[in-house]
Ligand binder design. Structure first.
Ligand code: SF4
Ligand SMILES: [Zn+2]
Length: 331
């Protein structure tokens, strides 16, 4: 049975959540629009990205305007609006200029700060000037994933280099625009321990270019290369202990705000430990992301912690980054 064709005039979803604005916890309105899709996902695509399943190539500017208008029915005074398009809001071939201007004008009238996501190649003086005519404060989230160019190419297939990210950050900074950098925890073909080291090295490098660093632990999305590996037992999403460790160590090496809001956290497809401790660790991560106090990340224990530590030790020797529990035959 095929999937029901979505209504092009309806947003994917919209909800309110807590976030930080000028150091204060506020309600933020999150809006996910259905766009014609990320150009890179059509050309080649990132190995973990299943967002193209949410896009529709036939979406028009009119559809985008209708979606945003509908989503804004959920607006009830939030001063921070985060607009996601499963691609690049600043790409004029994805969010058509007519729709972009409508969305930004309306959002700019209602909120103090607007967040949009974009690949770095679309961040330039011209577009930032246009956007800043309509909104008071802008934040751009960029999925750098890792500061390591080789890893980004071989494990993610991101299709851009670190230099492109740094150039985008410098341009943004010249316009007073904030940067939220996404780093991925455990892309495929990398061991858990290598990925922890990579995220920490990346935090160190990107801290000075970012106002926020968001750690995104892998979530196995449908129809992706990562899902294919996961189904064969050749991939395990990261442990929550690894995320906890990255946030705790990371907070010591940067003054930039560190956050994480793991999609699918605690599920088989998302970052997880055992069923007993997932809930309380996710709660601690949520609290840390909002309040920035690393003390809440400390002192957690569970019977599965030893298993995670063994995993970190054994994985490099096994010569596979697969799911060791599933690949090891029962004794
Ligand atoms: S992760 Fe981002 S850049 Fe990569 S294909 Fe998906 S939407 Fe495009
Ligand atoms: Zn546990």
């Amino acid at each position: 049975m095929g999937r029901r064709r979505p209504d092009p005039a309806e947003p994917v979803s919209a909800w309110s959540e807590k976030d930080l604005l000028d150091g204060e916890v506020v309600d933020a309105l999150v809006i996910i629009l259905r766009s014609p899709g990320c150009y890179w996902s059509k050309e080649s695509g990132c190995l973990m990205c299943g967002y193209n399943r949410e896009s529709m190539v036939t979406i028009t500017a009119e559809n985008l305007i209708a979606q945003f208008t509908k989503a804004m029915e959920k607006h009830s005074g939030q001063k921070y609006i985060k607009i996601y398009t499963s691609g690049s809001f600043l790409d004029p071939k994805e969010i058509y200029p007519e729709a972009r201007d409508f969305i930004l004008t309306l959002a700019g009238e209602k909120a103090d700060k607007i967040l949009v996501e974009s690949r770095p190649e679309f961040v330039n003086d011209q577009i930032l000037k246009l956007v800043l005519e309509k909104v008071k404060k802008l934040e751009i989230a960029i999925g750098l994933e890792t500061a390591d160019d080789d890893l980004r190419a071989s494990s993610i297939n991101k299709g851009f280099l670190y230099d492109s990210f740094e150039r985008a950050c410098n341009t943004a900074s010249e316009h007073g625009v904030d940067i939220r950098t996404y780093l991925i925890l455990k892309p495929p073909f990398v061991s858990e321990v290598e990925s922890i080291d990579d995220v920490l090295a990346s935090i160190k490098k990107v801290g000075k270019f970012s106002q926020t660093i968001s750690i995104n632990p892998m979530n196995v999305q449908r129809g992706t290369v990562v899902e294919g590996l996961w189904k064969k037992g050749l991939y395990r999403p990261p442990w929550l202990w690894s995320l906890l460790s990255v946030l705790e160590q990371g907070s010591k090496i940067t003054d930039t705000r560190l956050v994480s809001a793991p999609s699918g956290g605690g599920s088989r497809r998302g970052v997880h430990n055992c069923r007993t401790c997932d809930g309380k660790i996710l709660e601690a991560i949520e609290k840390f992301s909002l309040e920035g106090n690393a003390e809440v990340l400390k002192g957690h224990g569970c019977i599965c912690k030893k298993q995670w530590m063994d995993y970190l030790d054994v994985e490099p020797f096994v010569g596979s980054t697969g799911d060791l529990d599933r690949l090891t035959p029962p004794q």
